[in-house]
Design a protein around this ligand. Structure first.
Ligand code: HPA
Length: 272
C-alpha cells in the first residue's frame, strides 16, 4: 500500500468511529496539556493502537488517544499525545496524523507544546503564541515523493501561523486577562535538552522559545492548506538561563500548572 492509501485507510477507520459528524478542527495536545480533552461533549475515544498506520506515543504523559467530540459548535479531533522525532519515529510517522486529519476535512489545526523560554522578557508559567518557527531538527517531513492530492511540492512557508488569526487570538486573550506572548519557536530534535551555548545561538538568530516538536506538524499542515494556530506553554527558562538543571518531570509539572489559561486560549483558537 502506498502512503496515500495508508492515509486514506486511517481516515476511513476514524470516519467509521465518529459516525457522520465530520471534524472541522484538529488539536494536538503537548506535554502536560492533555486534560483539554476532558472538556469535550460526548467524546468518542479512539486509541492510536487501533488506527491503521498510527504508531504509539511513548513520551511520558502522552496518552495515545484520539478524541472526537463537540465543543462550542465545533466538531473537534483532539490528539492526546503526539509522536516526536526523538522517540525514534520517522518524520513521516510524526506527520501521519496531521495528513489523516487533513484528508478527513479539517480546516484548522491547533498545535500545542511545552517549551523553554529563551527571550529574557518571557516569563515561564505563561503562554506564547507562535509567530514563526526555525526548523533546527535537521530534517524536513516532506522529503520524499510529494502527495499531490494534499499539496504542492514546494509549499510556501511565509505565513504558516496566519497573521490575521494571531491578531484575533491575541486580542481575545488580552480581553480575558491572559498574558499571551508572541514569538518565534525553534525546534531542536532532543531528547537531550540544549546546552547554554546552543541557547545563546538560538537567541542570536531570533528565537524566543525552544522545544522538541510541532514544527513537522506545522509544515505538514501548511502543505495541506490548513489554517494553523500554535500555542506554546513556557514551562521553564531555557538552559543557561534557568538557575536549576532541566528535567522532563519539571516540564510536565510546570505545563500542567498553566492548564486553565491554556484551555481558555485553545478555546479562543477554536472559535476565532
Ligand atoms: N528545551 C527543549 N524542549 C523543551 C524545553 C526546553 O527547555 N522545555 C520544554 N520542552
Amino acid at each position: 500500500m502506498n502512503r496515500l492509501e495508508q492515509l486514506k485507510q486511517a481516515a476511513q477507520y476514524i470516519r467509521e468511529q465518529i459516525s457522520g459528524d465530520l471534524p472541522d478542527t484538529g488539536i494536538i495536545l503537548g506535554s502536560g496539556l492533555g486534560t483539554y480533552a476532558d472538556s469535550l461533549e460526548n467524546p468518542v475515544e479512539i486509541p492510536y493502537r487501533d488506527i491503521p498506520g498510527f504508531v504509539t506515543s511513548t513520551a511520558p504523559n502522552h496518552k495515545g488517544v484520539l478524541f472526537a467530540g463537540r465543543k462550542g459548535g465545533h466538531s473537534l479531533l483532539v490528539m492526546s499525545g503526539r509522536f516526536h522525532y526523538y522517540e525514534g519515529y520517522s518524520m513521516k510517522d510524526v506527520i501521519f496524523p496531521v495528513q489523516v486529519m487533513a484528508l478527513l476535512g479539517i480546516r484548522r489545526l491547533i498545535i500545542t507544546n511545552a517549551s523553554g523560554a529563551i527571550n529574557p522578557d518571557f516569563r515561564p508559567g505563561h503562554l506564547m503564541l507562535i509567530r514563526d518557527h526555525v526548523n533546527m531538527s535537521g530534517m524536513n517531513p516532506l522529503i520524499g515523493p510529494n502527495l499531490d492530492e494534499l499539496g504542492d511540492r514546494f509549499p510556501d512557508m511565509s505565513d504558516v501561523y496566519n497573521r490575521d488569526l494571531r491578531k484575533k487570538v491575541l486580542r481575545e486573550a488580552q480581553a480575558d486577562g491572559i498574558e499571551l506572548y508572541e514569538g518565534v519557536y525553534a525546534m531542536m530534535s532532543g531528547p537531550s535538552f540544549e546546552t547554554p551555548a546552543e541557547i545563546r545561538f538560538l537567541h542570536t538568530i531570533g528565537c524566543d522559545a525552544v522545544g522538541m516538536s510541532s514544527v513537522p506538524e506545522a509544515i505538514a499542515a501548511k502543505h495541506a492548506g490548513l489554517e494553523i494556530i500554535a500555542i506554546s506553554a513556557l514551562a521553564n527558562a531555557a538552559a543557561g538561563i534557568s538557575p536549576v538543571p532541566l528535567s522532563g518531570s519539571d516540564v510536565l509539572e510546570a505545563s500542567a500548572q498553566i492548564a486553565d489559561s491554556f484551555r481558555t486560549v485553545v478555546d479562543i483558537a477554536v472559535n476565532v
